[in-house]
Design a protein around this ligand. Structure first.
Ligand SMILES: Cc1cc2nc3c(=O)[nH]c(=O)nc-3n(C[C@H](O)[C@H](O)[C@H](O)COP(=O)(O)OP(=O)(O)OC[C@H]3O[C@@H](n4cnc5c(N)ncnc54)[C@H](O)[C@@H]3O)c2cc1C
Length: 472
């Protein structure tokens, strides 16, 4: 089967990898830019022995999606940099709220004390869930904020869930679907009348089953077993995460997969014998297309022939994020950890700061990444501030929050337009409806990538695998 993949971000390269494994060649991947990797971009500063990541930096080795990525990492023979659960970066996560840096509870002990910014011990939130009647949600979906507020109270919604959503997708918890992160808990509440009740019931019934076996016919990947044994909380890759897409490209090219860079797809239509792509100005026929493009990039390609598909794709919103990498000389952090998040109720222009130099060795420097914008991009950056204004904003907040008086020695600013899809209320149905449309019209088109089945690296790799496995 002659197949084309659109996009050479992590999902497109993964689709290429699984297509090759399942069907062999001929296979071509078309990428608009002169590089692979999409949002994954690592700048190795050999002069200072540190790395600036403008996109992802760590991967969680959790569940079947985590195991699946480790299988790929193992196959590519990449050197991993594990962060075990005992590491300070895994144990310490912070919030900046109510004018102070607050360490989040990281064990059962944290349940019983009053830890700022919370005004009550967290076990009270659990009791609230236990004694609050459940409200049937007739539409089958609600915002994660409203779910958490209903079950655990406003304080948990404001200071635990809202910043967590900022950290994962730079989104507003009041718009993001509960099914994005808490589908299981939501369903338990709807079925058993409470989150705790449902969880206990499932435990007694032993209903929490592990579905990884289905993925690995030859047994669990060795690296995943190692991650479990050594209790990794997360890991990075030697040389920065961009090594992953680069090595995938090399792997594919060495096996005669055609990876065409600077070859943007400009139109996509379907006929009785397959699909017709306009690549730059040439017409290219193929039997099947795997789109690993962001939904808003695929939408205009199908607009002419399938305007309603285009409209549904455009209903998946995206946010812009400003990423500022900062290098300070020496170790300036008073409190080590993974980083800090800022709850949106604080109304500050930053979403959070990642302490890269606490996660990985950065040559004795303090390396920080400041994330800004997201759902609130227009509010803070709508009037298009200069690079200097953005840098000043990021630096002044970091200096204030972390009590750093030094100026950064080196910095990078990236404004990432439409970089993270937002799984707003109704997302799951929207994706189902998009895929049903494709099925109904028998279009030789598969969709994978961050727009549909999860926004993290593990999700997009597994999304590609599942779509390829579902192909006839
Ligand atoms: C700031 C930031 C931090 C993140 N941090 C983490 C993290 O720490 N851990 C984690 O697990 N995940 C993280 N993520 C998420 C992770 O980066 C994404 O899940 C992943 O990179 C998405 O890959 P993708 O292939 O689906 O999409 P993309 O990376 O968007 O790739 C799509 C590709 O398609 C190409 N393209 C677009 N239009 C066309 C066209 N018409 N023709 C051909 N090619 C086209 C693009 O150039 C691009 O290369 C982060 C994301 C961001 C933005």
């Amino acid at each position: 089967m002659k197949t084309a993949v659109l996009g050479a971000g992590l999902s497109g390269l993964s689709a290429g990898y699984y297509l090759l494994r399942r069907f062999g060649k001929p296979l071509t991947i078309y990428e608009a830019l002169p590089r692979v990797g999409g949002w994954v971009r690592s700048e190795n500063r050999k002069d200072g022995n540190f790395i600036f990541e403008s996109g992802p930096r760590t991967i969680r080795p959790v569940g079947e999606a985590g195991a699946n990525t480790l299988e790929l990492v193992e196959e590519l023979k990449l050197a991993v940099k594990p962060i075990p659960r005992s590491h300070v970066a895994a144990r310490n996560r912070m919030l900046y709220a109510k004018g102070q840096l607050c360490l989040l509870p990281n064990g059962p002990k944290g349940l019983f004390g009053v830890l700022p910014p919370f005004t009550k011990p967290l076990y009270k939130a659990l009791l609230r869930d236990l004694f609050t009647k459940s409200t049937p949600v007739k539409t089958g979906d609600e915002s994660i904020y409203s779910f958490v507020e209903r079950r655990f109270g406003k304080e948990i919604a404001d200071y635990a869930i809202s910043p967590m959503i900022c950290g994962i997708c730079a989104g507003n918890a009041q718009e993001i679907s509960v099914r994005f992160l808490m589908e299981g808990l939501f369903e338990k509440e709807q079925k058993y009348g409470g989150v705790l009740k449902g969880t206990l019931y499932a435990l007694f019934q032993n209903k929490e089953k592990d579905s990884k076996e289905g993925l690995f016919a030859q047994g669990q990947p060795k690296l995943y077993t190692q991650a479990l044994q050594e209790k990794w909380a997360m890991y990075g890759l030697q040389g920065g995460l961009e090594i992953l897409p680069r090595t995938m490209r090399k792997y594919l090219v060495e096996r005669d997969v055609n990876v065409q860079l600077s070859n943007e797809c400009r139109n996509l239509s379907f006929n009785s014998s397959g699909a017709q792509m306009t690549i730059k100005d040439a017409e290219v026929p193929v039997e099947h297309v795997v789109s690993a493009l962001p939904a808003h990039k695929l939408a205009p390609l199908v607009k002419q022939q399938h305007p309603s598909l285009c409209a549904e794709l455009l209903e998946i919103p995206y946010v812009d994020v400003v990423v500022v990498n900062l290098q300070f000389q020496g170790n300036l952090l008073k409190q080590d950890g993974f980083g800090l998040l800022v709850p949106p109720v604080e109304k500050l222009p930053i979403l959070g700061v990642i302490f890269d130099s606490c996660c990985f060795d950065m040559g004795g420097n303090t390396i920080l990444t400041v994330m800004m914008g997201g759902h609130w991009f227009e509010q803070w950056f709508g009037n298009r501030p200069s690079q200097k204004q953005i840098l000043d904003l990021a630096t002044s907040h970091v200096q204030k929050i972390l009590q750093i008086s030094e100026e950064p020695k080196f910095s990078r600013i990236h404004t990432l337009h439409k970089c993270i899809p937002q799984y707003t209320v109704g997302h799951k149905r929207r994706v189902e409806s998009i895929r049903n449309y494709i099925k109904f019209f028998k279009l030789p088109l598969s969709l994978c990538g961050a727009a549909y089945d999860g926004v993290g690296i593990n999700d997009v790799i597994l999304s590609a695998r599942r779509q390829v496995e579902a192909m006839q």
